[in-house]
Design a protein around this ligand. Structure first.
Ligand code: KIV
Ligand code: ZN
Length: 516
């Protein structure tokens, strides 16, 4: 069996299925470029049949990524598969990933199909997909709760039709490591043509076991592909976290003895980018990418670290891309220096007009903040892209007053549909007053379901990055905004959320939407 382990990243597909995590085409291309720098083997770029926007995002990624294989998910029907093939057409290397549920519960309650029909549809789907590429992945959805005899028939059938990767999903995060690994091992032993496909694992983290299950799938089951997302992003409790599984395999390489293509020094940049774009903040004590992951706060640890770092450190911060915050640019930096830094950060803006707009924002920020870090540049590009994407609402200015014992007041100027409004509001705190002021004119009816603030870099001069999750008419979006003034950052985040609600992007969820 090969020792090469394939890393399949599904941040842009399964990660994006997380409510509020939807990304624009430009944002997805930016993340895909970072994933390519990280040298992931396969990028699942989306679900082409979900919407026109998803289709175009996959196509844009397929056109710009050269090293990693680009993949689209599709349900097991001809229409979805043809759409995936069309979106992937420009890709240097392409994969179609088709799936159908195989557990009794999903077949009866969701698909309303008999097992024999599911078996036939799975085989037909793989046969159809083979016309477009010979790199075909098949997943029996809810695999960990499916009956083994039936799984054997389905998987043998799809391999015979030409599936080259068999992905075994723990869709609802129900599996435990030893049993999960043993199931994959038995399936591989029982299915006569199992050696014709690479076996893969796809784990959800509902019991906090996604990484452990993935590793058991590899070590006990013999899987040679792990599906994962940056920061473990994904529906409910998320997916296997790429950074954790990769660093476990790297750090304990003597035990796992597997080869990975990943450039681990790109991990932190990828983590920051995904968190900034989606508004899903990374908890400080998160393994590998959390702000505290390498901070040795307690005195005894610091003493040990000074004598020999291995006393308390099993990985080196620099190996995963943690570098001390560098002052990269300042007030006097010119357009060329700014443009070069954008390139170094892998940010490719489409036109000179966009570079100019981003540079104008940079100058504005540099007037108010003396040291500009990479994180600041990334935040301003995200702001710029989001404003560019849908500018029905636009933040103009804010004045706010709060004093101990006094009712906070805010005056916000913003535009809506091209017309400028100046409005006032009061509230329990300055952020509440700001949101009330905006709502007094916007009247969106949106409910604020999450509000979080993070410092982008360190120190009190850092920009505050705010996420506001808004819910309206069954839709959930994350608005993000950054500014050295956290109340202004909050106003920007609220307005970014309103823009996302206004853009009314409707997309199908591949797993819960009935097939056509
Ligand atoms: O969790 C799951 O089952 C999936 C499949 C579509 C692979 O995401
Ligand atoms: Zn999944």
């Amino acid at each position: 069996m090969s020792n090469r382990l394939i890393i399949f990243d599904t941040t842009l597909r399964d990660g994006e299925q997380s409510p509020g995590a939807s990304m624009t085409r430009e944002e997805k291309v930016r993340i895909a470029r970072q994933l390519e720098k990280l040298r992931v083997d396969v990028i699942e770029a989306g679900f082409a049949a979900a919407s026109q926007g998803d289709f175009e995002s996959i196509r844009a990624i397929a056109s710009s990524i050269r090293e990693s294989t680009v993949c689209s998910l599709s349900r097991a029907n001809d229409r979805d598969i043809a759409r995936a093939a069309e979106a992937l057409q420009p890709a240097a290397r392409k994969r179609i990933h088709t799936f159908i549920a195989t557990s009794p519960l999903h077949m009866q309650m969701k698909l309303r199909m008999e097992p024999e029909q599911v078996l036939e549809q799975a085989k037909l789907a793989v046969r159809f997909a083979r016309q477009f590429t010979d790199d075909i992945e098949f997943s029996p959805e809810d695999g960990s709760r499916s009956e083994e005899d039936f799984l054997c028939r389905v998987l043998e059938g799809v391999i015979a039709e030409g599936a080259t990767t068999i992905n075994f999903p723990d869709t609802v995060g129900y599996a435990v490591p030893e049993l999960f690994g043993a199931t994959i091992k038995r399936l591989r032993e029982r299915i006569p043509n199992s050696d014709k496909a690479v076996w893969s694992v796809h784990c959800h983290n509902d019991l906090g076991l996604a990484v452990a299950n993935s590793l058991a799938g590899v070590m006990i089951g013999g899987a040679r592909q792990i599906e994962c997302t940056i920061n473990g992003l994904g529906e409910r409790a998320g997916n296997t976290a790429l950074e954790e599984v990769v660093m476990a395999l790297r750090t304990r390489n003597a035990y796992y003895n597997l080869e990975l293509g990943i450039d681990t020094t790109q991990i932190v940049a990828a983590s920051k980018m995904v968190s900034q774009i989606t508004g899903f903040a990374v908890q400080p004590n998160k393994a590998v990418v959390g702000a505290n992951a390498f901070a040795h706060a307690s005195g005894i640890h610091q003493d040990g670290i000074l004598k020999a770092r291995e006393t308390y450190e099993i990985m080196r911060a620099e190996d995963v891309g943690w570098t001390a915050n560098k002052i990269v640019l300042g007030k006097l930096s010119g357009r060329n220096a700014f443009k070069q830094r954008l390139q170094e950060l892998g940010i490719e803006l489409d036109s000179e007009a966009e570079v100019n707009a981003a540079f104008a924002r940079f100058k504005e920020l540099a007037d108010r903040k003396s040291d500009i870090f990479d994180e600041d540049i990334m935040a301003l590009v995200t702001d710029e892209e989001q404003a560019h994407e849908s500018e029905y609402y636009r933040f103009v200015s804010l004045a706010q007053r709060s004093e101990t014992g006094e009712l906070p007041l805010a005056k916000v100027v913003f535009s809506m549909g091209g017309k400028e409004y100046s409005c006032q509001g009061s509230g329990d705190g300055p952020v509440d007053a700001t949101v009330n002021a905006i709502e007094s004119e916007a009247k969106s009816g949106a409910e604020l379901v999450l509000f979080s603030i993070n410092a982008i870099s360190s120190g009190t001069q850092s920009q505050g990055e705010v996420t506001m999750r808004l819910s309206h008419a069954g839709r959930i979006v994350n608005g993000v905004g950054a500014d050295p003034d956290i109340v202004v950052a909050s106003a920007k985040a609220y307005i970014s959320g309103l823009n996302k609600l206004h853009s009314k992007i409707e997309r199908l969820n591949p797993q819960t939407e009935p097939a056509p």
